[in-house]
Design a protein around this ligand. Structure first.
Ligand code: SF4
Length: 290
């Protein structure tokens, strides 16, 4: 992995968890509003942080951190991402991956092998304007595939909910025990971590505990700015991710951008952000503004 940054502590990047953030170098997109230009423009690349240093740090924080967030740049560009995440998982950390969705096959393999706990995928805009927004060629079929892979997680998570609601604990236990068997040795240490915001809930009618960390959570998110987005575009984005569990609208802040001209670019008012949120609520389970 080519790592350009390590943020040792965050309370906001992995929802409800204490996390560290690893920033990978390199991206295949060139979003002009990107606020991590040093990870995207080769002329600005920072000094690489050796992988060993990152693992030494994580080892020293095994009892204190819940999760590791891998972001970029675009982490799925790195050929050894699978091995890298496997190693982090073997240390009992939850893993969140931020991605632009370019490589659905990599995403799929990581999901199938239970290596991810949270996925955040950027939706840059409607498919009609994708290349204009990211200013590079884009394989739109890959973007659609990634969206569908992630959307199918909600359906499988929902199946777990239905199982739970029917209080069919026998099958529920079997299902979770199967998953637990895989992770039990890895997780035992994590579960001893002083109840650090673990999302364990207890069914009111029984003593069955279900650790919702076993579900893969996800969000789609879009940074919106007047140059690229309007209400029509937001409807198109909504249709693209129809049925999603969570959508996050991010306001553009012109403080640091890949294209310096975008420092002068306008941002949406809070009112307009709320209007977009209302539109998206027609398509997704929940929409937040960040
Ligand atoms: S905002 Fe765009 S250019 Fe920046 S890291 Fe994300 S995908 Fe790459």
């Amino acid at each position: 992995m080519i790592i350009g940054g390590l943020q040792k502590f965050s309370l906001i990047d992995y929802p409800h968890k204490i996390s560290a953030i690893i920033f990978t170098i390199g991206c295949n997109f060139r979003c002009p509003f990107c606020h991590n230009p040093e990870l995207v423009n080769p002329k600005l690349y920072p000094k690489k942080i050796p992988e060993n240093n990152v693992f030494e740090f994580l080892e020293s924080r095994m009892e204190k951190l819940d999760a590791v967030v891998i972001t970029g740049g675009e982490p799925t560009l790195h050929k050894d991402l699978y091995q890298f995440i496997s190693k982090i998982k073997s240390m009992d950390f939850l893993v969140k991956l931020d991605t632009n969705g370019t490589y659905p096959n990599i995403l799929n393999r990581l999901i199938k092998d239970n290596l991810l706990n949270y996925i955040a995928m950027d939706i840059k805009g409607s498919l009609d304007r994708y290349e204009e927004i990211v200013t590079t060629k884009v394989n739109l079929e890959n973007i659609k595939d990634s969206i569908n892979i992630i959307l199918s997680l909600y359906k499988s998570n929902k199946t777990k909910d239905i199982l739970n609601k029917k209080t069919d604990y026998k099958s529920l236990d079997t299902k979770f025990n199967m998953e637990k068997k895989v992770n039990i040795s890895k997780r035992s240490n994590a579960e001893m971590k002083a109840n650090k915001s673990k999302e364990i809930y207890k069914d009111a009618n029984s003593n069955t505990k279900v650790n919702t960390d076993l579900e893969i959570k996800y969000e789609f998110r879009t940074t919106v700015l007047p140059k690229f987005h309007n209400e029509g575009e937001i409807h198109k984005i909504g249709k693209l991710v129809n049925g999603a569990r969570l959508f996050v609208l991010q306001k553009f802040y012109p403080s640091k951008t890949l294209d310096l001209n975008f420092l002068k670019e306008k941002q949406f008012s809070n009112n307009q952000m709320l209007k977009f949120k209302k539109i998206l609520e027609n398509y997704v389970q929940k929409c937040l503004i960040r």
